[in-house]
Design a binder for this molecule. Structure first.
Ligand code: NAP
Length: 253
């Protein structure tokens, strides 16, 4: 048995246009999967699809959507089923952040962050699960964060949403176990992406990060690929409900 082989598998990756979602999309394709990527930015999605097809020779599709919109989510899932006939892997990767201290935090920003980061996991999973149930097979990977367990300043909604993602991962794992659907999460440390650009421009903050990381380096997007393929493949068939932190050791130090 090829433990990490995803040949013949079909994956949907939300937030697959750039950053962490893109890296995971490329990793799944490299391991053999066909991939449907989704976000709001068509140019980025197209580019990822081209890269998947030319570099890895897998089929790649995209749909633009706002992950807060249930009908668009349903259209995405219908499209994946129409093209591939099944969904084996779902990566709930779309995410956002609006920074600010709780006492000044705008209610609309709170709702926005919670909807994009947490409610989207519920809506996407709810739309995909019936298709996985039919085949008694599925691997769902949510994207959590160090803030699923740590409190960082200026992140009230983000941390609350990511704590929710880890917790929802556990509920999904127990509810779906009998249907052969395994749900886990990846908790990345700090990775340089569009979302964290401003953080990396702050030298003091980067110094502080490095002081927290036993492996003494900031992670690069390649570092997330192995865990994504592991959780999407049969190599992880006895693991469900976990959040696996890819953080250079930050959390245990
Ligand atoms: P990023 O480069 O900004 O990527 C975010 C992705 O989510 C983009 O593809 C974005 O596409 C999509 N997205 C955002 N809002 C959306 C919406 N309303 N509808 C549909 N798609 C939406 O940031 P990233 O760092 O790679 O983040 C990816 C995931 O990793 C997020 O869940 C984030 O919370 C998590 N994470 C990141 C870090 C880090 O250090 N970077 C650490 C822990 C966890 P559009 O804007 O084009 O829609």
């Amino acid at each position: 048995m090829k433990l990490f082989d995803l040949t013949g598998r079909t994956a949907i990756v939300t937030g697959g246009g750039r950053g962490i979602g893109k890296s995971i999309s490329l990793a799944l394709a490299e391991a053999g999967a066909n991939v449907v990527v989704a976000s709001r930015t068509e140019t980025e999605l197209k580019q990822v699809c081209e890269e998947i097809e030319t570099t890895y020779g897998r089929k790649a599709y995209y749909r633009t959507l706002d992950i807060r919109d249930q009908q668009s989510i349903q259209n995405l899932v219908d499209y994946a089923i129409q093209e591939e006939g099944k969904i084996d892997i779902l990566v709930n990767g779309a995410g956002t952040n609006v920074r600010g201290r709780l006492e000044d935090y705008d209610e609309a920003d709170w709702d926005f962050v919670m909807d994009v980061n947490l409610k989207s996991v519920y809506l996407m999973s709810k739309a995909v699960i019936p298709h996985m149930k039919k085949r008694k097979y599925g691997k769902i990977i949510n994207i959590a964060s160090l803030t699923s367990v740590l409190g960082f300043v200026n992140m009230p909604a983000y941390a609350a949403s990511k704590g929710g993602v880890s917790q929802l991962t556990k509920v999904m794992a127990v509810e779906l176990a009998d249907d052969g659907i395994l749900t886990n999460a990846i908790g990345p440390g700090y990775f340089k992406t569009e979302m964290t650009k401003s953080v990396f421009e702050d030298e003091e903050r980067v110094k502080w990060m490095l002081s927290r990381i036993p492996l003494k380096r900031i992670g690069n997007l390649e570092d997330l690929k192995g865990t994504a393929v592991f959780l999407a493949s049969s190599a992880s068939d006895y693991i469900t409900g976990q959040t696996i932190y890819v953080d250079g050791g930050w959390l245990i130090s």
